[in-house]
Design a protein around this ligand. Sequence first.
Ligand SMILES: Cc1cc2nc3c(=O)[nH]c(=O)nc-3n(C[C@H](O)[C@H](O)[C@H](O)COP(=O)(O)OP(=O)(O)OC[C@H]3O[C@@H](n4cnc5c(N)ncnc54)[C@H](O)[C@@H]3O)c2cc1C
Ligand code: SF4
Length: 545
Amino acid sequence: MADDLPPREAMEFDVVIVGGGPAGLAAAIRLKQLAPDAAVCLVEKGGEIGAHILSGAVIEPRALNELIPDWKAKGAPLETPASDDRFLYLTATRAFRLPTPPQMHNHGNYIVSLGNVVRWLGQQAEALGVEIYPGFAAAEVLEEDGRVVGIATGDMGIAKDGTPTGNFQRGMELRARYTLFAEGCRGSLSKRLIARFDLRDGHDPQTYALGIKELWEVPPENHRPGLVEHSIGWPLDAGTYGGSFLYHFGTNLISYGFVVGLDYRNPFLSPFEEMQRFKTHPAVRRHFAGGRRIAYGARALNEGGLQSIPRLTFPGGLLIGDAAGFVNVPKIKGTHTSMKSGMLAAETVAEALAGDHPAELTAYPEKLRASWVWEELSAVRNIRPSFAKWGMWGGLIYSGIDTYVLRGKAPWTMHHPHRDNDTLLDAAKAPRIEYPRPDGVLTFDRLSSVFISNTNHEENQPPHLHLRDPDLAIRVNWERFRSPEARYCPAGVYEIVGAEEGNAQLQINAQNCVHCKTCDIKDPLQNIDWVTPEGGGGPNYPGGM
Ligand SMILES: Cc1cc2nc3c(=O)[nH]c(=O)nc-3n(C[C@H](O)[C@H](O)[C@H](O)COP(=O)(O)OP(=O)(O)OC[C@H]3O[C@@H](n4cnc5c(N)ncnc54)[C@H](O)[C@@H]3O)c2cc1C
Ligand code: SF4
C-alpha cells in the first residue's frame, strides 16, 4: 500500500530526537547550549509535551543542577521538597515500619509532577531554538547503506482498511546526521533498532515492571506535604516483586502508585486490581479519606539495571534514557539518570558535529562509563536480581548485606536469567485470585479509570496492536494461560468474549490504550507488537501527573 501513496517530503536537520521526555529534552537543551547553530528537531507522539509522561515522581535534581543551574530562578516546577521518608512492610491487616534503605533517603529531592517538569523543559528547549513537534509519532527508522539517517513520522488519515481518508496527510521524513532515540521504556523504534543492530548481544535481557498511578486531591487536614511513603508486602505474595508509593505534594495532592514486576508468574494476577485493593488496607485508606481521584495512568518501567543496558550506539544514532534503561531500581528513580544520559549523548554529538562526523559515536558509552550514572547503577546492580532469585525476604536480606557490608562493591554480578514473557505458569497450575468489587469511592474499575486518563485515538485507523499470528490469541493465550492480557492491561484493551458459549474470541479495544507497553513485554509468545498509532493519540495526562 505504501507504494500507492505520494512520496514523503523531507526536512534536513543536524540532529533529530525521538521523544520529548526527560532524556530527549535534556539532550536537546544540552545540544543547543554547546552548539547553538545546530539544527535540532524533537518529535513527541503525545498531543503536547508532557501528555504521555507518567512517573511517581520524586526526583533527584542532580542532572538538572548540571543542565540548568539556575532552574529555581527560571521557575522550574520543583516546589515540594521531600521531607519525611517512611518504608513499610504490610500484612493483610497491619503495617510495620522498616528502616529506610539508604537508596530510599530522599533528603534534597523534590516531589513533582514529572509532566509539569517536562513541559517546563520543553519551554527551555524551545527558547534555545529547538524545533519541537508534538502530536507527531516517529513510525519508521530511515536507514541508508547501513546507517540510520533519520525517521519518518506516521501517515495521518489512513482508514482501518488501509485506504486514505479525506483527512489523509502523508508522514514527513525528518533526516539528520544523528538521530537520538529517547522513546522511554520499551520504545517501539528502539525495539526494532536493538534487533536490527544486535544491540543486546552479550547483555542480559531487559526486565520490566508495570506502574499504575492515580492522582488524588485530599482535604488539607489529611495532607502532609513532603511525605514519601513506600511499602512492600501485602497484597502481593513474597514471590512477586513490587510495592507502592505515596507522595504528598503540591496543593493537597497525593501521587499514589503501585508497581508490579513483570516477571510475575501467576497468569490470574491483575496489577490493576492489586493496585485498587491496596488502598483498602487500614494503614493506607486514611491517606485518601475525604479525597477525590482526579487522574489515572499506567506505564512500564525498566528494572534490568546495568546488566541489561544494551549497546548504545549504531551507525548514525544513539539510545538514550529509558529507551536503553537507566532506572536505579532500589531508588525507583530514572529521571536524573535518563537526563544525564541525554546530556552525555548531546556532548558527544556536539563534538562529532564540530569534528569529522564519525558514523558510530562510541565516545558516548565511554562518557557514560566515566560518569556518576555508571557508578550509581553499578552499586545497586545486584539488588533487583536478588529478589528474582530469592523472593522478598531473601532479597531484603541479600540487599542489606550488599548495601551495608559490601557497599555495592560485590565482586560478582548477578544476572537476569529470563525474559519477563517466559515466566508465566500454565493457568491449570496457578491459583485463581478473587478480587473485591470496586466501591466507586476508594476503588474503581478499569473503564472509569481510563476515562480520567483522557485517552483518545482516532477510531478509523489501522490497529496499532498487531497480533503476529491471530490464532495464538486463543490457541495459546486463552487455552494455556486464560488470556493474561485481559488482566495485565491496565486499560481494558483486551477482552475475551464468547467464552461462556464455548467460543472464546479476543476483542481488542485499541482506542483505550494508554501506551504503557505491557502487552508488548509480557505476552508469552511475543505475539503482540505495539506500533505507534496516529500522532496525538493516547492519554492526555493533565498537569499534576
Ligand atoms: C510508575 C512510575 C513511577 C516512577 N517514579 C519515578 C520517580 O519517583 N522518580 C524518578 O526519577 N523516576 C521515576 N520513574 C522513572 C522515570 O519516569 C523514567 O526513568 C523517565 O521518565 C525516563 O525518561 P525518558 O525521557 O527516557 O522516557 P519517558 O519519560 O518515557 O519519555 C519518552 C517520551 O517519548 C515519547 N515517545 C515514545 N515513542 C515515541 C515515538 N515513536 N515517536 C514520538 N514520541 C515518542 C513518549 O510519548 C514520551 O513522551 C517512574 C516510572 C514509572 C512508570
Ligand atoms: S494495550 Fe498494551 S500498551 Fe496499551 S494499555 Fe494495554 S497493555 Fe498497555
